[in-house]
Write a protein that binds this ligand. Structure first.
Ligand code: HEC
Length: 179
């Protein structure tokens, strides 16, 4: 039951709803430098389809995080108005801790979420390299990748999220061929 709720929230809300929230307005930046519209908004799939070229690591991510993320997510992701990102905890009980390591089944969609939604005042403002770096740092805060990790499209997809098997694909995800 609890896992099922996580599945719906993880696979659906964070991908589909975040996507839906982008529709209907023009977004300022795209990899091609053109305004984003509902027709051309790029989506990254759990299997890595749609990931841009580029790379970034934990060390660069830590610096960017201090400048653009820490005000809401706290020092080393320990919490604030944006919620805490760091750590990993037990999933038993009705309200499992919504850390990134607990709550995200795929690393590629963490990248997608950060790029399209963070920081909230400037979605799509991060370059591909910056987003790889921030994703690496956030994953490191959850103990998912080591302190010297540098991620690109290939290595990001190879990252296995610790609670990957705690999710059940939604019917939409199954129809889209995500396993
Ligand atoms: C102005 C405050 C603010 C700033 C700055 C900000 N965030 Fe957030 N962030 C939020 C809020 C609020 C949420 C929760 C959104 C929701 O649940 O709909 C969130 C959610 C997230 C999540 C998902 C957490 C989860 O487990 O579901 C990630 C990852 C994240 N932010 C990363 C970042 C990164 C990386 C940056 C810097 C580029 C950043 N945020 C900057 C407010 C902020």
């Amino acid at each position: 039951m609890c896992m099922r709720r996580l599945a719906l929230a993880g696979a659906l809300a964070l991908t589909t709803v975040a996507y839906a929230a982008d529709l209907g307005r023009e977004l300022p930046h795209t990899p091609l430098g053109k305004p984003l519209t509902a027709a051309n908004v790029p989506t990254i799939w759990p299997d890595g389809r749609g990931l841009p070229a580029g790379q970034g690591g934990v060390v660069a991510g830590e610096r960017l995080y201090a400048e653009r993320c820490q005000s809401c997510h706290g020092e080393r992701g320990t919490g604030g108005s944006g919620g805490h990102l760091a750590g990993r905890s037990a999933l038993a009980g009705p309200n499992p801790d919504r850390t990134v390591a607990n709550y995200w089944p795929y690393a590629a969609t963490v990248f997608d979420y950060i790029r399209r939604a963070m920081p909230p005042a400037a979605p799509w403002s991060l370059t591909a390299d910056e987003t790889y770096a921030l994703t690496a740092y956030v994953l490191h805060l959850g103990g998912v990748v080591p302190a010297d990790a540098v991620l690109d499209a290939r290595s990001l997809v190879a990252v296995r999220m610790p609670n990957r098997d705690g999710f059940v694909p939604s019917s939409e995800a199954r129809e889209a061929g995500v396993r």
